[in-house]
Design a binder for this molecule. Structure first.
Ligand code: MN
Ligand code: MN
Length: 465
């Protein structure tokens, strides 16, 4: 009888949300078979001749990282994102991410089922595991009837917008939260006040200020904070939990804290670009600032520090990328009108090394915080823990091995994204994503994609309960 392939990761520092300690991890087939000091504690673990033993001394062993916010193959702003599921997930895997949660989006007039099927076919060429949120953009009684079916298909999180042409009204948000509560789903909301933004854009137009530098001015913090407060109020009245996605600033986090004090269940996501880049990027020469156009926009250095301390203090639950890539050429649609610049940046390959280098290494957060916000919490929030997000017996053998190193600059030439740039170019990272296992298969070895990447198929991660 041919047994399942066994790999022993020996003597690395295994990190969870609670601790970081030296241990061995035995992978058998697609699962984790054992964790601990296997040479001392366990007599049952018999390492046969076939077991591949890898020396992990000096390495950090994390549960495969989960990016809870990506947009691959998204048709938006008259174009389509530079990355589809193939380039996007190759980039993800190279960056240590083994599961992504992408936003399936209901286009106007569509049912959620159609949107789900559309995204399922887009994701067929994914090389890492994946899951979807469902963006509800066209709410009606028929859509309401589909929610239960969405939960049955493994979608437990639903995205709502308070701006863009995908927005839903406050009344609809209330109804959706009530309906989600009945089926056990949760909403994640993009919070920016549409009326304020429209007004400010009109004013910019009037005075002919249509360059990139007007982008942050027309989407001020106050527009975000107001929408966060309003969404929290609606969730309070609906007695429903809520996720605030891509929160950017101190004032928004203060609103969340107030809501928590009155007993609300609120989850907060932020992104590497809000932790590391500020609005001065919009004043770069020429059209360079367009690379950083995203919504909400970049804020201030003070906000960055608030967000880091929010992670350390457990006030922020997840760090995801909002990877939504467009080339500079694509962004040029908005060269003479900033409102037409497709918004978004790449980031899926850089997230883990950035959070390690600028968070852990700079002592703003610790290894356990890092594990929580990049892996454990997204797994819990999106209903796939401990299959994903944990190095436990029986969990999928998704494992990312990090090796601390001397500072090296991030360079787009090492990236698989088709964006043509990384917003983090030149920033010095102090860790290498040395190897990555996806369900027991080594997809990155010595910082390179292995040939397994052509044969492994990313799998849809449905309901895990
Ligand atoms: Mn958004
Ligand atoms: Mn997004």
């Amino acid at each position: 009888m041919i047994g399942l392939k066994k790999i022993l990761l020996k003597g690395g520092t295994v990190v969870s949300g609670e601790k970081a300690e030296i241990a061995d991890v035995l992978i058998e087939g697609e699962r984790i078979k054992a964790v601990g000091n296997l040479f001392r504690d366990s007599e049952e673990i018999i390492l046969d001749n076939e077991t591949i033993i890898k020396d992990m001394s000096g390495r950090l062993i994390f549960p495969g990282f989960i990016d809870g916010h990506t947009h691959f193959d998204l048709h938006v702003a008259g174009t389509v994102t530079a990355d589809d599921f193939e380039s996007g997930t190759k980039s993800a895997v190279m960056g240590g991410t083994t599961t992504i949660v992408d936003f399936a989006t209901q286009y106007e007039g569509e049912s959620l089922t159609q949107a789900f099927e559309n995204w399922s076919s887009k994701a067929e060429n994914s090389v890492c595991d994946y899951r979807f949120h469902m963006a509800i953009t066209d709410w009606n009684e028929d859509v309401k009837k589909e929610l239960k079916n969405m939960l049955d298909r493994g979608i437990n999180s639903f995205k709502l917008y308070t701006t863009y042409d995908t927005m839903v009204s406050d009344e609809e948000i209330y109804d959706i939260l009530i309906a989600l509560k009945e089926v056990g789903g949760i909403a994640g909301v993009h919070c920016e006040d549409d009326a304020v933004i429209s007004k400010l854009v009109d004013e910019a137009k009037k005075i002919g200020e249509m360059g990139v530098s007007s982008h942050p001015n027309t989407r001020p913090k106050s527009a975000e904070v107001e929408a966060v407060r309003r969404i929290l109020d609606i969730a309070y009245r609906a007695d429903s939990p809520i996720i605030i996605v891509h929160l950017t600033c101190k004032e928004s986090l203060e609103e969340v804290e107030k809501a928590r004090l009155r007993g609300q269940e609120v989850y907060v996501e932020t992104c590497p670009h809000y932790l590391l880049l500020d609005a001065s990027k919009y004043d770069l020469d020429g059209f360079e600032g367009a690379k950083y156009v995203c919504s909400p926009p970049l804020r201030t250095a003070e906000d960055e520090e608030t967000l880091w301390s929010g992670i350390a203090g457990g006030r922020i639950q997840t760090v995801a990328t909002d990877h939504c890539s467009f080339t500079v050429e694509q962004k040029k649609i908005g060269e003479s009108d900033f409102t037409k610049i497709p918004g978004g940046m790449p980031g899926v390959q850089d997230r883990v090394s950035l959070v390690y280098s600028f968070g852990v290494e700079k002592e703003r957060i610790n290894l356990m915080d890092m594990c929580r916000v990049l892996s454990e919490n997204p797994a819990k929030l999106y209903g796939i823990y401990p299959k994903k997000g944990a190095i436990k017996v029986g969990s999928d053998a998704d494992i990312t091995v990090l090796k601390p190193c001397k500072p090296v600059p991030i360079s787009y030439k090492d990236e698989y994204s088709k964006a043509g740039y990384t917003p983090f170019e030149g920033m010095e990272i102090t860790v290498q994503i040395e190897s990555v296992y996806l369900r027991g298969t080594e997809v990155v070895n010595n910082r390179k994609l292995t040939t397994n990447i052509t044969s492994i198929k990313g799998r849809y991660v449905g309901n895990c309960r």
